[in-house]
Structures are given as C-alpha cells and as structure tokens.
Write a protein of this length. Sequence first.
Length: 170
Amino acid sequence: MADRDAAVASGALPPLEAYLAAGEKRGLLWTPLRRRLLELFWREPVVWGAYGVTRRLLKESKAHANSVYRGLRSLEEVSLIAPVHLLKRYLITPDPGRTEWSALLCDRCGDATLRPMPPAMRDIHALAATHGFSVSGLVVECVGQCRRCAREEPRAPPQEPWVRARIPQS
C-alpha cells in the first residue's frame, strides 16, 4: 500500500476518486460491487483474470460470479479497465480520462503495460468510415521485450504462460 500511496502522491497514478468521477461522467452508476471491483484493480494493479477477481470477491462477500462478470464488463465499457485480449485478462487504465489503449506485453518477464493509443490509429477509423464502416473497438497489443529484459543476456523463453508471475495468487 505504501507504493500505491507514493504513486498517487507523485502523480504517477491518479487517485481512486478520479476513476470514480470518470465513471460517473460516462454514465456509470456505482453499485457496491462495481466500486469494489474498481478498488481491487486500483489497489493491486496486476493483470487480473475474471476467475481470479471472482475468487477474490467470493472470499470477501457473497458476490455471484455472473454479477462479477457484469461488473467487469461495465468497467470495461467506460474504459476504467482495459482487456488484454491475448492474455484474457484485464488491467486498470493508467489515466481514467483516456478511452483508447494499446498493450505492451513482455514475453520474457511477463510485464503488461497500457500506453495511450498512438494518434496514427485514428487513420484506421477514417479508413473504415470511407467504406461506410463504423469502428466500435480497436485492439492493439504488442508482444516483445520490455526495456529491462532487452538489456539482459538472452535466455530460453519460459515453458509456461509468460504472465504467471503477474497473476495474483489466491
């Protein structure tokens, strides 16, 4: 929690209230479950799977799995969490004011980071519009090596899924 407080104090991470306000601005009604989901993502910014989130919340309360899945979908629809499709998991967005993200996934250490969608991606929206197509979602996920891993000596790729170190243990 000290790391979280330091990140908020330094401005590297917006306070929880900024996420709550952004959700309200986008029309989200804050139920106790939706708020608890957001708090979990905010307090533990790891790559969360739906099953892991559900297990965690079932330990704390009598939340039903279907309610948790609907809550995740609600937070995703207002861009407070972003799906990482290759991992079938979610991350909290680093800036609740933005709505489009790209994911950078390190296949060596398992780090998953969201970055703002590059402006060039708007060209895809424009291209689609010229053909009468309306884009409702755009996914950009890049797999490679993060800066830290790229500097290390080469080693064999992991035998298991590379995100396991970032998945919270129940």
